[in-house]
Design a protein around this ligand. Structure first.
Ligand code: ADP
Ligand code: MG
Length: 363
């Protein structure tokens, strides 16, 4: 898909000294906290988000993602700490004084305005001349593949199209940072997956820093350069999708980003010969016949298949280990039929994986 770049004239009212790419972060949070009465929504966050990065904040409902985003936008002021945008302390600045735009889940389009008017709104407010406005609106609509929809009203658009208008309305202002709070949450799965790919491509084309809030681990893994995993108002881990998935540093991250498959205490001692907490991803484990030989760089444990879940392209096996505890194993159904997969229920099996695929993590 070819995406045209937006013309690079500076936005009215903002002077943009280009900075050396790695010299400063787009957004920096220093010891940021927010409490509402007794509720500690954000319990102390330090974070550097790089310029031009697609950065996701991932975590369960109530973990403080939206509050953090709203503090970056300026809709909420931190109870403690500092927020820097491109090196400048904006902690006490109003939202309109910050070079950021926000896209919410519930589009918030003006129903009485057509698509072009909705997108042009921010430019009208900033008194951008009509001809430049027309060009920028056209470029933004082309970017989100809504050229030709200028005259439609929001009520004449699908959910996905409305969300594209909301995106165009933010992009047209050319903010340095775009904040997106679960923007695809209202769309059905298929459309959401299409939009994920498209959003990533748009971000790449415009080069604007995206900060993307989601509770959906697959969404975060699909789109992000880096992910911060939130839990109870704190960040448990920051890393690339591969780092967070393959090398989770805490039990929470292992469980939230994927299936946790934790082995602890006595069970870990019996399986690995050392105590601690270990995790191994379900797709790294091979299901073999009882007594199957293992190589020197492999670990083999015996158990019984307690439950089989046939998922079409793969099958998920829940295996109760003789050593105690349970592991989930997923196998691609390369040549296995559903009948064969389901017939495995109740059978003994040996689980085998490469030693390097079991990680020691903080409990
Ligand atoms: P998330 O976006 O990760 O679901 P939020 O940032 O919305 O989480 O909320 C974090 C916590 O702060 C929750 O316990 C929520 O109930 C609380 N909270 C958020 N906003 C307010 C508010 N305006 N007043 C009181 N509590 C709030
Ligand atoms: Mg939220």
């Amino acid at each position: 898909m070819a995406i045209p770049p937006l013309p690079q004239t500076p936005a009215a009212g903002s002077s943009r000294e280009p900075a050396p790419a790695a010299a400063r972060s787009a957004v920096r949070l220093e010891g940021v906290r927010k409490h509402y009465g007794d509720v500690e929504a954000v319990a102390g966050i330090d974070l550097d988000i790089r310029d031009g990065e697609f950065f996701s904040m991932l975590g369960p409902s109530g973990s403080g993602k939206t509050t953090t985003l709203r503090m970056i936008a300026g809709f909420e002021l931190p109870s403690a700490g500092r927020i820097l945008l491109l090196g400048e302390d904006v902690s006490n600045k109003a939202p309109f004084e910050r070079d950021v735009n926000t896209v919410f889940q519930d589009y918030a389009l003006f129903p009485h305005m057509n698509v072009a008017e909705n997108v042009a709104y921010g430019l009208v407010i900033r008194k951008v001349p009509a001809e430049e406005r027309r060009q920028r609106v056209a470029a933004a609509l082309l970017m989100v593949r809504l050229d030709g929809f200028d005259k439609r009203r929001p009520s004449q658009l699908s959910g996905g199209q409305r969300q594209r208008v909301a995106l165009a309305r933010a992009l047209v202002n050319r903010p340095r940072v775009l904040l997106l709070d679960e923007p695809l949450g209202a769309l059905d799965l298929k459309l959401r997956e299409e939009m994920q790919i498209e959003l990533k491509a748009i971000q790449h084309a415009v080069g604007i820093t995206f900060i993307y809030v989601t509770h959906d681990q697959e969404e975060a893994l699909t789109m992000s350069d880096r992910i911060a995993v939130f839990n109870h108002g704190r960040i448990e881990q920051v890393g690339s999708p591969a780092e967070v998935y393959e090398r989770p540093t805490t039990a929470f991250v292992a469980g939230f980003v994927g299936t946790s498959n934790l082995l602890r205490g006595d069970v870990a001692e019996r399986v690995f010969g050392s105590p601690g907490t270990f995790t191994v991803r379900p797709e790294k484990i091979r299901l073999a016949e009882p007594g199957a030989a293992i190589a020197t760089d492999e670990i083999g444990v015996d158990g019984r298949i307690r439950e089989v879940v046939y998922l079409g392209s793969e099958t998920r096996y829940h295996v109760a280990l003789d050593a105690g505890s349970e592991l989930v194993v997923t196998q691609q159904n390369l040549s296995t039929s559903s009948m064969q997969a389901l017939a495995a229920e109740g059978r003994p099996a040996r689980l085998i994986w490469k030693r390097l695929h079991s990680l020691s993590i903080n409990a």
